[in-house]
Ligand binder design. Structure first.
Ligand code: C5P
Length: 222
């Protein structure tokens, strides 16, 4: 079996993050983690030394992959920076953009007469954008984008704004479809244009994405 990523360290994030409100409640997002886990497995098959930073998901770790479990966006940020440096960073996690300003130490109770609850959220740190500015920077920084519309335009803009090498964009339905399934279609945008991977099972798309990454590393071995 060929090992185009032999000797390379690949850091992958996968799954959602959960942002706690109190000891029993959290804000989360729809992400099964399947795409990121498939990418970690594909990179491992391609010979890489793989670290997988996983948010809360019900998936077994791919064999031979070092898995680090986290819950919140802040924990994911810390785990990623502790695992750097890497040759390749693939941010497939659906990281929360906002987190509660305060976590209540006991369960938030409704009071008689309450007609609602105001939550104050603050921005999380953008892990992908921070990795793209890290020293030493991974040779290839790959982000994901789930979009409901104008997939290619948003992907192009995101690639430039976050200074990443590749953005793998996929369309999700306004009803959230596209998150839980076993199949996917990715539009992978680089500085030199874009290619479509799939529609195909996520495991196959992962192999194709890893092959594309390996080819880019060979062009720019650094
Ligand atoms: O801007 P948007 O959240 O759509 O970008 C998605 C990409 O950015 C994904 O690769 C995701 O893992 C990453 N991201 C991140 N940290 C955040 C928010 C998004 O790494 N706080």
């Amino acid at each position: 079996m060929s090992a185009p990523l032999a000797g390379r360290r690949v850091l992958v994030t996968a799954g959602p993050t959960f942002e706690d409100l109190d000891p029993v409640r959290f804000l989360g997002n729809r992400s099964s983690g399947k795409m990121g886990f498939a990418i970690a497995a594909a990179a491992q098959r391609a010979g890489a030394d793989v670290v997988l930073v996983a948010g809360p998901v019900h998936l077994p770790a791919p064999e031979g992959v070092q898995r680090i479990d986290v819950r919140s966006a802040a924990q994911m940020h810390d785990a990623v920076f502790a695992a750097l440096p890497a040759d390749v960073y693939i941010g497939a996690a659906a990281v929360a953009d906002f987190t509660p300003a305060h976590i209540a130490s006991s369960k938030i109770k409704k009071q008689p007469g309450d007609d609602g609850l105001q939550l104050r959220l603050v921005r999380t740190r953008d892990i992908l954008a921070d990795v793209a500015l890290a020293t030493p920077r991974p040779t290839l920084v790959v982000g994901f984008a789930a979009e409901t519309d104008a997939v290619d335009e948003h992907a192009r803009a995101k690639r430039i704004a976050k200074r990443v090498d590749l953005i793998a964009a996929n369309r999700v339905g306004i009803d959230g479809s596209g998150f839980e399934g076993d199949d996917n279609t990715l539009h992978v945008h680089g500085a030199d244009g874009h290619v479509q991977l799939g529609p195909a099972p996520k495991t196959e798309i992962a192999d194709q994405l890893v092959a594309l990454i390996a080819a880019r590393l060979q062009q720019d071995p650094r």
